[in-house]
Ligand binder design. Structure first.
Ligand code: UDP
Length: 432
């Protein structure tokens, strides 16, 4: 699909900067999603601006990624990193700055696609001031799911639940990224409101272009190594401990040439750095130091190589609404062992592209990992099927086209509904 006339759309991700370094605390799938969708929509003919909050005085206000696709950093609160939990108070300022930016540029957006509950609030406020504005929303994480496993609600919890419900019931469409997420929205948030199911995607030309042997050579692994890979943020909810225990407390640890690779960025003293320290402590206590590597944040130069080099990629999260890591691994011809939760149940097809096991069950993870490591021919078969699955359903091109079609449909129907102000006044005069 290529548009004849450029529509101007804003992707709003207050807390997740699309131009940020990925793989650290609070910079993960949401940032990747917004950036990739933005760039792909722009390549398909949309005019895309991605709005986020400025979190460092050194950051440029505007980053031009490619023609027709920019990140715009608005000033809302101090220009420093702030946890999502304290950002709500700065949202009115974000709304004002967004409107000021529109005026200053002399433009008006037809549609905002908001990301995470904080941005949904911004979108709903903008809609009050711009009657023909269409709002599409993606939650990325649902408070109602997250809080199920927590004893007490955090201070911002009640507000978040209220905003998420309001959002589902009032915006033009909420995009669920997996059937499981849609089900949670209906059972835990509201039975009202429109939901469209469009998954997340991955870059099929970035992943899967290098063989396992080439990738190992480039990274310095031996052909006979058995590589078990984790990629993601250091966050207790990601379940890295389960993976480490699966290796350290089972026969896997005695498998010759086993290598455990735990990839992801962290900052000393911050929550991701503390989680990394904790994981390193468990690795040490289980006597796995010699076979475990922490290569740090993986990026443009090496992420695709680690995925390709691995025998199996493990996603032991306690919950994932979607989870980009499994489809990146599958795009790289690598099978996935994942927790049997949320969107992982949608992306990973058990016995076809990988295996699903109960979350937090180290023994079950160990058994599933061992099955794949001990059977390289089956590993290759699973890897091949994974690649096919991603090519068919999860390329950014197909995801952005589906989003683009949804945007066009909603823009057309809202335009048909909105009565121009002059016509409304005429009608009132006639009535009087
Ligand atoms: N990621 C990365 N480098 C790292 C660790 C993670 O680029 O060192 C990326 C990973 O490739 C994926 C994203 O961060 O695209 C994580 O997304 P996911 O949906 O799996 O988890 P989230 O972080 O959103 O919880």
């Amino acid at each position: 699909m290529f548009l004849k006339q450029k529509h101007r759309v804003a992707l709003i991700s207050v807390d997740g900067d699309p131009a940020a370094e990925i793989g650290q605390e609070e910079a993960g799938g949401q940032n990747v999603y917004v950036r990739q969708v933005g760039e792909t929509l722009a390549a398909q003919g949309w005019q895309v601006d991605m709005f986020t909050r400025r979190s460092d005085p050194e950051q440029p206000m505007i980053v031009e990624h490619q023609p027709h696709c920019r990140t715009i950093r608005l000033v809302a609160g101090p220009a420093e990193f702030m946890s999502r939990d304290v950002l709500f108070d700065y949202l009115p300022e974000f709304v004002e700055q967004f409107l000021a930016f529109q005026t200053q540029e002399g433009v008006e957006y037809s549609l905002v696609h908001t990301h995470y509950w904080l941005s949904s609030w911004v979108g709903m406020r903008l809609k009050r001031q711009m009657p023909s504005l269409v709002q599409v929303h993606t939650y990325h994480s649902l408070g109602a799911v997250k809080y199920r496993t927590l004893g007490d609600l955090p201070p911002i919890g009640a507000k978040r639940l209220m905003v998420e419900k309001d959002c589902l019931e009032t915006v033009d469409s909420v995009v669920a990224t997996s059937p499981q997420e849609r089900e949670h929205m209906r059972s835990l948030v509201s039975t009202q409101g429109r939901i469209d199911m469009i998954p997340c995607g991955t870059d099929i030309s970035r992943f899967g272009q290098v063989t396992r042997a080439e990738a190992r050579q480039q990274l310095g692994f031996a052909p006979e190594d058995k590589i078990v890979l984790y990629v993601g943020r250091f966050d207790p909810r990601k379940g890295i401990e389960t993976l480490v225990r699966a290796v350290g407390e089972s026969d896997l640890r005695h498998l010759p040439n086993l290598k455990l690779v735990i990839g992801g960025g962290s900052r000393p003293g911050k929550s991701d750095g503390l989680e990394r320290d904790r994981i390193e402590g468990i690795v040490q206590a289980l006597g796995l130091t010699a076979i475990t590597q922490f290569p740090g944040r993986l990026g443009d130069t090496n992420l695709h190589l680690y995925y390709a080099a691995a025998d199996v990629c493990v996603v032991p999260s306690h919950y994932e609404p979607f989870g980009l890591v499994p489809i990146e691994a599958m795009a790289s011809h690598t099978p996935v062992v994942a927790s049997n939760v949320g969107g992982l149940q949608y992306t990973v097809v058990p016995e076809v592209t990988g295996l699903l096991v109960p979350p937090k069950d180290a023994e079950a993870f160990a058994r599933a990992i061992a099955r794949i490591l001990k059977n390289p021919a089956w590993r290759d078969k699973l890897g091949h099927a994974g690649r096919q699955r991603v090519e068919l359903g999860f390329s950014w091109d197909s995801v952005a086209s589906r989003l683009g079609q949804l945007y066009l449909q909603l823009i057309a129907s809202v335009a048909a509904e909105v009565v121009p102000i002059e016509m409304e006044e005429d009608a009132q005069e006639v009535a009087a």
